[in-house]
Design a protein around this ligand. Structure first.
Ligand code: FAD
Ligand code: UDP
Length: 369
């Protein structure tokens, strides 16, 4: 008899398992994949290099609560991610900043001058609604075409004008020389990798883990009181309103007989090649090795559901499912797939920590009644 059946052993499910187990609840975590850690799963490839199976995962957060919470299960290796984009035959920093503009146009502008430069290029848009609006209103058409249009088309198979503003708004524009991809207060990688972090989180006498198991295969033969669901919300409801769109990616791994392959952790290719970006793992992990492994990302429609697609009609469809979730008293939905949100890891951890607090408060209320 379990108090909770937890579907999914990614961050959303593992945080719930760890918290509930610590509060004395007996939990069973099931995952249909053959490993824990969800999309953050990492492993040593045949060359002995630590790689991320589902694409590069860089941890960053402004939340001290999330950083300290995860810090109970891992030591951290400080790491600030830097990305270059291949544009006009050059490799220039993204997010677009003072260095990008100066390198791209052979200028020597100051911070104030680059602000004026971008202001002169920016398109005036009264109500910024789409991902195209976001970029045009900050940097204008030419830089939009060079850095965003092709990349977004490849990544989403949609024009930026068909995507919510929130997608390209993830990438800021800076007037200073800060080349870092993220500016969060806490930027670090789990020192021994994500999978190890998850092993530590799930190592508890109240937690049992079952992999290679779709919960629908076992839910009728397991006795449990409540469920935490972190899989795709449309699958839970047997797609009764139709499928929610997700974007998938094919990851192509290559190992090269050289110590260093490229000049930074990730290089984006907005305009050439069918892939969007190439990431060299040793930058992220800090591993020393005479060889190096990289991953090429080829976006595609079919395959594992990696990215919810932020656009109004999908939000509308999700809301229909959300109404159904609200009617269930004994099932809680959390995580990127179960709440159909383009969340980073830290947002998912925060979401599950908040859900745990809510459940504890509800249980207390029930006892008092
Ligand atoms: P998941 O990690 O997807 O876990 C859900 C789990 O549920 C999966 O293991 C799945 O197998 C299991 N499951 C689903 N259905 C069932 C079922 N029916 N029965 C049993 N098990 C089931 N975030 C960052 O912060 N930084 C990054 O650099 C970053 N890079 C990313 C790069 C890529 C290519 C992608 C796709 C995502 C990236 N993210 C990044 C986002 C990050 O992966 C997610 O925020 C996080 O992993 C979501 O955790 P989750 O537990 O909600 O989902
Ligand atoms: N983007 C782009 N060009 C870039 C980087 C990002 O057009 O060089 C757009 C693209 O639409 C992408 C989105 O901004 O999907 C968010 O980028 P991010 O790097 O945050 O994507 P993720 O790491 O989540 O795949």
């Amino acid at each position: 008899m379990f108090d909770y059946l937890i579907v999914g052993a990614g961050f959303a499910g593992a945080v719930m398992a760890e918290r509930l187990a610590g509060a004395g609840r007996k939990v069973l975590v099931v995952d249909k994949r053959n490993h824990i850690a969800g999309n953050t799963f990492d492993y040593y490839d045949p060359a002995g290099i630590l790689v991320h199976k589902y694409g590069p995962h860089i941890f960053h957060t402004n939340s001290k609560e999330v950083f300290d919470y995860l810090g109970q299960f891992t030591a951290w290796r400080p790491y600030e991610h830097r990305v270059l984009a291949s544009v006009d035959g050059m490799l220039v920093p993204v997010p677009i900043n003072l260095n990008t503009i100066n390198e791209l146009y052979g200028l020597r502008l100051s911070a104030g001058e680059v602000e004026d430069f971008l202001h002169s290029k920016a398109v005036k848009i009264d109500r910024v609604k789409t991902s195209e609006d976001v970029v045009l209103s900050k940097v204008g058409k030419e830089l939009y075409e060079k850095f965003f249009r092709g990349y977004t088309k490849k990544q989403w198979d949609l024009d930026p004008s068909e995507l919510d503003a929130s997608v390209t708004a993830r990438i800021p524009v800076r007037h200073n020389r800060d080349n870092r991809y993220f500016t969060d207060t806490y930027q670090a990688m789990p020192a021994q990798g994500y999978t190890k972090l998850f092993e530590n989180m799930l190592h508890h006498p109240n937690i049992k883990v079952m992999i290679n198991t779709d919960y629908k295969e076992v839910e009728d033969s397991i006795v449990f009181k409540k469920m935490i669901y972190t899989g795709p919300v449309d699958y839970y409801f047997d797609y009764c309103f139709g499928k929610l769109p997700y974007r998938s990616i094919e990851f192509e791994f290559q190992t090269y007989e050289t110590e260093v392959f490229q000049s930074t952790g990730t290089i984006n290719y907005p305009n050439e090649h069918p892939y969007t970006r190439v990431t060299e793992f040793k930058y992220l992990t800090g591993q020393h090795h005479p060889k190096t492994s990289v991953v090429y990302e080829y976006p595609k429609a079919e395959g594992d559901p990696y990215y919810p697609v932020p656009r109004p009609e999908n939000a509308e469809l999700y809301r229909k499912y959300q109404h159904l979730t609200a009617e269930l008293n004994d099932v809680y939905f959390t995580g990127r797939l179960a709440t159909y949100k383009y969340y980073n890891m830290d947002q998912v951890v925060a979401q599950s920590l908040a859900l745990f607090k809510k459940i504890m408060a509800q249980e207390k209320e029930t006892v008092l009644r």
